[in-house]
Ligand binder design. Structure first.
Ligand code: PGA
Length: 253
């Protein structure tokens, strides 16, 4: 199912696998059209399927990442790059080590930086120097966060140092031995950084996200639901599986 709502192209697929294939097609389409473009990437469970499909497409000779630059949304702080729960480790493990992207062209906020505020400024400047993000891949948190921009009283503009909400720590505890090991802070692109991307791909899967994605698309535009800002962006594609789309489909009737 495909439908446009405001500037958002909504695509609903029958399963996580089909939604991942569609997300990978959109990312692959960008890489083909803009072989030296700038990709904004995300971590978490949601994009793993799409990354697997991109690896397959690269292995069969369909995608060349050799001139692509990438910037990831976020990273815990503090965390060592060698920690298997760091996002830099995730990206190498799930994507970078399996495609021909130049490691020198891949960027994440540095979870080892001694001064997190200074690192935010450095990261924002690197994105600006690369000409901004061409296609930004996003997931959504159960609390409506994008990147690690948690519900707040204002939309953070640039890359910022954040304290994670208890709900985010609980949601991410599944990856750690226990919840106390989840870092309490993170470095994240700001809402302004994300919003400046020319194109946005929001991927949302699973029944647990049905309420929050519905609120983000049809609710008030408010920093209490950071993803709601996407209602104002001129070029958003929202890819969902049927379980995540349940409430959105009701509203589209
Ligand atoms: P998830 O995380 O893909 O692991 O659900 C998404 C997010 O928190 O942004």
């Amino acid at each position: 199912m495909e439908k446009n709502y405001k500037n958002i192209k909504i695509i609903v697929k029958g399963s996580y696998g089909c939604a991942s294939a569609t997300a990978a097609d959109i990312i692959g389409g960008f890489v083909t059209a803009q072989p030296s473009g700038v990709l904004g990437l995300a971590t978490g469970s949601t994009p793993e399927g799409a990354y697997t499909k991109l690896i397959e497409a690269h292995r069969t000779g369909k995608l060349d990442f050799s001139r692509i630059t990438s910037f990831n949304l976020d990273e815990y702080h503090p965390i060592e790059n060698t920690n298997s729960q760091s996002y830099v480790y995730y990206m190498r493990d799930k994507l970078f080590n399996h495609i021909n992207i130049d490691p020198a062209n891949t960027h994440l906020p540095n979870g080892e930086a001694p001064d997190p505020h200074a690192e935010c400024a450095v990261y924002e400047a690197k994105i600006a120097a690369a000409g901004g993000i061409g296609l930004q891949v996003l997931g959504i948190g159960l609390n409506g966060h994008i990147g690690f921009n948690e519900p707040a009283t204002a939309f953070p503009r640039a890359t910022n140092y954040v304290e994670l909400e208890a709900s985010t720590i609980n949601a991410n505890a599944r990856f750690f031995d226990n919840a106390d090991d989840v870092p309490k802070h993170a470095l994240t692109m700001g809402i302004g950084t994300i919003f400046s991307a020319k194109q946005i791909l929001l991927v949302v899967t699973g029944a647990a996200k049905a309420d929050i994605v519905n609120e983000a698309i049809f609710g008030d535009i408010t920093p209490q639901v950071p993803a709601s800002i996407l209602q104002l962006h001129p070029n958003v594609t929202l890819v969902m599986d049927e379980s995540a789309a349940a409430k959105v489909l009701e509203n589209l009737k």
